[in-house]
Design a protein around this ligand. Structure first.
Ligand code: R5P
Length: 285
């Protein structure tokens, strides 16, 4: 097996290869003056099972991934596994209003065509992957997130909305503490309202778990609801830290105790490595 790291996932790809003890090639990529992407995998041939690790966010990374799939196929890859640590466009997983594109399906169509198998990490909704024309599996980061908080004082785990309740439960179960979810209403891309928590958090150390943080609006509102419910401390963990604009600075400045995410998107907050779950999945098959 040989791992090819795309530009979005250099550290993650390198860590995964080192856990597997297999070959690693950092793909070369650059942009032409007109913005078009160029990629090269510096090998004469690749008569091996090849794993590409590359995100599909932001848009430029999608093109790089498609070009990498073509490059390794041309080099003779025996099989191609595409690991998409953060699967962009997964939130537009249906046509909400007439005339919209079903973006998540489009991404599945184009990515699935270029490989034999796709692995994702905590995709927004696992059901989205049914659109892939190849084998697939979504890996769960809950165990890694719980591992990070083992030994820290956490009394209660909250999901900021019903959609994240399952993830919060998995983390809470691994930590051996209770869990609950808040009720969220999204007012706009940058504004959410979270109803007061029905569960008392009086004097408790609380952890919020979500699949992703984008603008940070959800977490800011959730933190406020939990603080008003009496929480002693509020920490937050997510799988994918997009941190749009100054979201990370805003969260760090909002008296949250810990803000941490997985390295599916690499940033200064991505202290939890997804490499062990990716390596384990690659080892199994
Ligand atoms: C929504 O369904 C997701 O699970 C996240 O809660 C949401 O995408 C976070 O977005 P933001 O940080 O912009 O509130």
């Amino acid at each position: 097996m040989i791992i090819i790291g795309g530009s979005s996932s250099r550290d993650l790809a390198k860590d995964t290869a080192s856990l597997l003890g297999c070959g690693y090639v950092q793909a070369f990529s650059m942009r032409f003056p007109d913005g078009e992407c160029y990629v090269r995998v510096d090998r004469e041939s690749l008569d091996d099972d090849v794993v590409i690790i590359q995100n599909t966010h932001p848009d430029a990374n999608i093109v790089e991934l498609l070009l990498l799939q073509d490059a390794v196929r041309t080099l003779g890859a025996r099989t191609i596994t595409t690991v998409v640590p953060y699967f962009g466009y997964a939130r537009q997983d249906r046509v909400f209003k007439p005339g919209e594109a079903e973006s998540a399906k489009v991404m599945c169509d184009i990515i699935g065509r270029g490989c034999d198998r796709v692995l994702t990490v905590d995709i927004h909704k696992e059901d989205t992957l049914r659109h892939l024309s190849c084998r697939y599996r979504d890996l769960k980061a809950a165990g890694m997130i719980a591992g990070y908080f083992k030994g820290r004082s956490i009394d209660l785990v909250f999901a900021p909305d019903a959609g994240a309740a399952g993830r919060a439960k998995e983390v809470a179960d691994a930590l051996g503490v209770p869990h609950d979810h808040l009720e969220k209403t999204r007012l706009s891309a940058f504004e959410v309202r979270i109803a007061p928590s029905a569960t008392s958090c009086e004097g408790k150390d609380v952890l919020i778990v979500d699949d992703m943080i984008s603008t940070g609006s959800t977490i800011v509102a959730a933190k406020q609801a939990l603080a008003e419910a009496g929480a002693k401390s509020v920490s937050v963990a997510c799988t994918h830290g997009l941190f749009i604009g100054d979201a990370l600075e805003r969260l760090r400045g909002s008296s949250l105790d810990v803000v941490v995410c997985c390295n599916t998107i690499e940033s200064s907050a991505s202290l939890i490595s997804a490499a062990p779950i990716i390596a384990a999945a690659l080892r199994e098959e």
